[in-house]
Design a binder for this molecule. Structure first.
Ligand SMILES: [Fe+2]
Length: 138
């Protein structure tokens, strides 16, 4: 698996496509959900961890906003997804621990999508934005 960026891959502008809209919304959804989990968790230590994860997702969101700007692509309209609202409802009703397996599965799908984006990107910043969250997991 090639995740290393090489100068030979460089293009001047990132090549945006509709998959970017989904990645951007996913990052915002993740930040919103982790914030909600931090708010409702009665376990202070775990709540603080959710708060830190929300900040990480904010950084991912900011990275995407930078890429959209560089590509000249307008940011898509954003609303918290129905699925994310449902996860928050489950967490409020049954406790944050009840949604952790679902969140882990979602994070796994996100990593797979980012790996695909990193493999096909010829733009350095796009490649980095896609690969860095994956590399942290290795
Ligand atoms: Fe993220």
């Amino acid at each position: 698996m090639l995740l290393q960026y090489t100068e030979a891959m460089t293009t001047e502008r990132p090549e945006a496509n509709e998959s970017w809209d989904r990645h951007y919304a996913d990052e915002r959804d993740a930040a919103w959900l982790y914030r909600e989990l931090a708010r409702v968790d009665t376990n202070a230590e775990r709540g603080a961890l959710f708060g830190r994860l929300a900040v990480v997702e904010d950084h991912h969101t900011a990275r995407w906003e930078e890429l959209f700007r560089d590509a000249g692509r307008p940011l898509p309209a954003y609303r918290v997804s129905w699925r994310t609202r449902m996860l928050a409802w489950i967490a409020r009703t049954f406790g944050p621990a009840s949604v952790l397996p679902l969140i882990l599965a979602e994070e796994g799908r996100e990593v797979q999508a980012y790996l695909g984006l990193a493999r096909h990107s010829t733009h350095q910043q796009t490649h980095k934005a896609a690969a860095e969250p994956c590399l942290r997991l290795q």
